[in-house]
Each structure stands twice: as C-alpha cells, then as structure tokens.
Write a protein that binds this ligand. Structure first.
Ligand code: FAD
Length: 455
C-alpha cells in the first residue's frame, strides 16, 4: 500500500478503511486512480477547469454485493467519501470525487439474474450492450439506452443518465415504469440493503450515486425489432424538423430514434462521410424493417431523400448510426474543434416548430442545431443538444437566458451539482429526505447534492 500524504490533513482515515476491507481489490497506482476519477466532463470547458485537480485517493473494486456492504461499513466507520463509477462516461463530473476518498468501481458486478417476458433483473455494473445481447435471444431489448450503450453500465445510466435511443417511444428514464426496481446499499450507521420499487426508485434515479450504491436493477423491456439505420437528407433545417416531427407523430411507424441536425454537424461524422450530402441538413433515424416502406412515402411527400438505409449493427467492427446522435454528436465535433461545446434544452410541446425556428434565428454560426425527438409526459417533444462555438462562460449563460426567455427549458451541462443541472434550483424533495436516511454523514459523492447538509 502506498503512502497517501495528501490525506494527512483530511478528516478521514483512509488507512483504517483499506485495512477494514482486506481482500477487496484496491487500486492505488496514482495514474490509474486519476484516470478512474474522470468522466467526460471535459465536454464542458467550464467543468474541465473546475474539476482538473479532483481525484480519488484509491479505487476499490468490489467483486460482489457482500464486498459493497463491507466497503459501506468501513466507509461509515472511517468517514471515507465514496464515489460510484460504472463506465465513467458521464458528462458532468458525476463520477469525479470532489473530496478525495475512494472511487468504487462497480464493473465486476455484471451478472444477469433473470430474464422474464418484458423485464430483466441485472447487477448494476453490467454494460447496457451486454444486457441487450442477452435479452434479444428471447425477442426483447432495453426500452432505451444512451448513445454510449457499448461503454456505459446500467447502474451509471440510471444514476447519471436521462434517456436516449428509444426515448422517442418511452420518454425519459424518470418516467413511471422505466425503472421497475433497484437494490441499494445504504451508508448509515448499520449499512444494509434496501429494495426499491416503482416510484420509490426515483430516489436513486439521476441522483449521481448520492443516495446509495445500486447493486441490482430491474428494467422493463420492449419487443426487439430488426432495426435499420437511416439518413434522410433535406435542403433546409426547417424541413428536417418537419420530417422529424411527422415521423415522431406517426404512431403506425415503428421507430427508435429521430434526430434532425443542421450542416455542418454531419461533416464531423468521419465514418459516414459519403452518406451525408455536403451542405444539407438531415434526419438520422432508426426504423423497424416493416416500417421502411411507409417511411419512404413520408419522406418523398416532404421532399427528402434517403441516402443511407442499412441494418443497424452493434458488433465490435461496426458503427451503429446512433453513435452520431445524442451526446455522441458533441464528441465527434470536439475531435475537429476543441472550441465547441453544447447545451441541453427542452422545447415547449405546444409550439415546437415555431420555438425551434425562433431559437435558430437568434444565432448565426454560433449555434449548430441538433434535436432529439422524444415522447415526454405523453406528448411528442424535442430535446435540443445544440453545439455551441464557445467564447466564454458569460456568453454561455447569455445563450441559456435567451432560450429561457422564449420558454425553452435549459438543463445546464456546465455544472456539477444536481440542483444546478436541473435548474429547478432545489433538490428533489424525495431524494433529499431519502439521503438523510441512507447517507446521514454525507459520504456518498459529497458536494454533488448542494441542498444536503451532513448530520
Ligand atoms: P458513470 O459515468 O460511471 O456514472 C454516472 C453517475 O452514476 C455517477 O454519478 C456515478 O457516481 C453514478 N453511478 C454509477 N454506477 C452507480 C451505482 N452502481 N450506484 C450508484 N451510483 C452509480 N446520457 C444519456 O442519458 N443519454 C445519452 O444518449 C447519452 N449520450 C452520451 C454520449 C457521450 C459521447 C457521452 C460521453 C455521454 C453520454 N451520456 C448520455 C452520458 C452517459 O454516457 C450516460 O448517462 C451513461 O449511461 C452513464 O453510464 P456510466 O456507466 O458510464 O456511468
């Protein structure tokens, strides 16, 4: 075990903690610890600066739920901060410890407990792609997944994500029924396991691991379809929005993804360079095979052109088109231009196309429009993940204010606390009161739930 001189001034006993979990694998190599303390918060130039020097002291790697319980008991006794980590693909420094301590790497808890018609029970550290590969054998698939499906864990998705491919049918992850159950290890005086069902799972949903360590999840499934990746090229962005809107509204068309975006964004997708015609806007979509023919009618009626239509592949040597959507769009753009960043917004359902046009007209090249159609609260809505040419933090705030003044809600991706990210300016009441019960000393991912004061 290395020495940890940085801990001398801290009010937790790291050596005592490590001795108490004897047998649980511990990583203390500084390079590896630093790596496992980071996520994709560098998408934000603001967070990149704030979180640059934030690292854990060690990484602990539980092999099973019993190890997680032992880690919880030792952490409480020695008051060591614990930050959970799955695939480490979060965007807001969610898995980066602000106060040192231990990162708990959950990826060894990767078993599938059972698959039943319409639902699956898994350990939280399993990758989303591995769940789909298994449940597809019996004709099912996850209702939704982030575009990081091939890297992210289900625990990280539920604790840190919000929605993604499939949200055009099933809404955000927070909507009732999208998480059926969760098993959680508490960090109170007598660490224990609690089982949460239905609405109670909201206490751990998008809570950044501040309200317990999730060891198991029960997720609902949808019928699996033979999906096709489709690119629809159009001459102007308003047309892309219109086609996307009609496609999202067409309940007879089976789809999983509807993503309008404006040029030059498609120019950043080097793997699909020839499929995106130069200077044209597009809609990226995933369509079930039986719906391809009606899709062609819809596109032809709106003057679009299908330039790509191939079966969706997720193998190690293939590249699914969804890896050009959701926040993968930002990733591809950043490879070209480090000055690009992004925003997250929700357009008012009652005047979608008008509000989108209004926002587009406010900015010239500074904002590159990228939209994701979703079904939220029972209505077709649009989430904006526009790319921004970054100049300053002050300008980002101005851009947000210009959105909000027009009724477009912003979820700020340049902050690391739960409250600031949602811009509701308050902690979710259920999450706060649940945290008081399960983590009274504030050991779990401290600093991320601003409204919480430790006992
Ligand atoms: P991590 O980054 O490891 O963790 C995320 C949060 O969950 C952290 O706060 C962590 O402490 C906590 N956590 C992890 N495991 C547990 C556990 N077992 N118990 C308690 N807390 C836990 N997000 C979307 O919602 N939709 C998208 O489409 C999407 N696209 C993305 C594209 C790119 C290119 C990138 C970089 C990110 C994207 N994200 C998206 C964000 C992120 O990839 C997803 O939210 C993903 O599901 C996170 O999973 P993870 O395993 O990597 O979690």
């Amino acid at each position: 075990m290395r020495n940890h001189p940085r801990n001398a001034a801290r009010d937790f006993d790291l050596a005592g903690f490590i001795a108490a979990i004897d047998g649980v694998p511990v990583i203390d190599n500084p390079g590896e610890v630093r790596l496992k303390s980071k996520d994709y918060s560098w998408f934000s130039p603001i967070l990149k600066d704030i979180l640059r020097d934030k690292n854990a002291d060690v990484v602990v790697c539980p092999r099973n739920e019993e190890d997680v319980l032992r880690i919880a008991r030792a952490a409480v006794r020695h008051r060591v901060p614990i930050t959970a980590r799955g695939g480490g693909t979060g965007n807001y420094g969610q898995a980066t410890p602000l106060n040192g301590g231990a990162v708990i790497d959950m990826t060894a808890l990767n078993a599938i407990q059972w698959v039943k018609p319409g639902k699956v029970r898994v350990q939280a550290g399993i990758k989303l792609i591995d769940i789909d590969n298994e449940v597809r054998k019996s004709g099912w698939e996850l209702r939704m997944h982030p575009s990081t499906k091939r890297m992210a864990t289900v625990g990280g998705f539920v604790a840190g994500g919000s929605g993604g491919v499939g949200s055009v049918n099933h809404g955000y992850l927070r909507e009732l029924g999208n998480v059926l159950g969760a098993r959680v290890v508490t960090f109170d005086d007598e660490p224990r396991i609690v089982e949460l069902r239905d609405t109670d799972t909201l206490t751990i949903n998008h809570a950044f691991g501040t309200t317990g360590i999730i060891t198991e999840l029960e997720m609902p499934l949808a019928a699996a379809w033979p999906w096709f990746d489709v690119i629809i090229a159009v001459d102007d962005f308003a047309n892309a929005v219109r086609i996307g809107h009609q496609l999202a509204l067409a309940d007879g068309l089976v789809k999983k993804l509807v993503t309008p975006m404006a040029w030059p964004i498609p120019s950043y997708f080097t793997h699909f360079k020839s499929e995106f015609p130069r200077d044209r806007s597009c809609v990226i979509a995933m369509i079930a095979e039986p719906s391809l023919s009606p899709l062609k009618s819809l596109v032809a009626a709106e003057g679009g052109e299908i330039t790509y239509c191939v079966p969706s592949e997720e193998g190690p040597d293939s590249r699914p088109l969804y890896e050009c959507t959701w926040n993968h769009t930002t990733l591809h753009a950043l490879k070209f231009d480090r000055k690009i960043t992004y925003l997250q917004s929700l357009y008012p359902a009652e005047r979608l196309e008008a509000a989108i046009a209004e926002i587009r007209a406010l900015f010239q090249d500074e904002l590159m429009p990228h939209l994701e159609f979703i079904r939220y609260n029972g209505r077709v809505q649009v989430s904006g993940l526009h790319l921004i040419r970054y100049t300053s933090a002050a300008r980002v705030k101005e851009i947000f204010a210009m959105h909000e003044a027009r009724g477009v809600m912003i979820a700020d991706p340049h902050v690391f606390t739960l409250e600031d990210g949602t811009r509701h300016r308050g902690t979710d009441a259920d999450q706060l009161s649940f945290k008081r019960k399960v983590d009274p000393y504030g050991l779990l991912n401290p600093g991320k739930m601003r409204g919480f004061t430790p006992a």
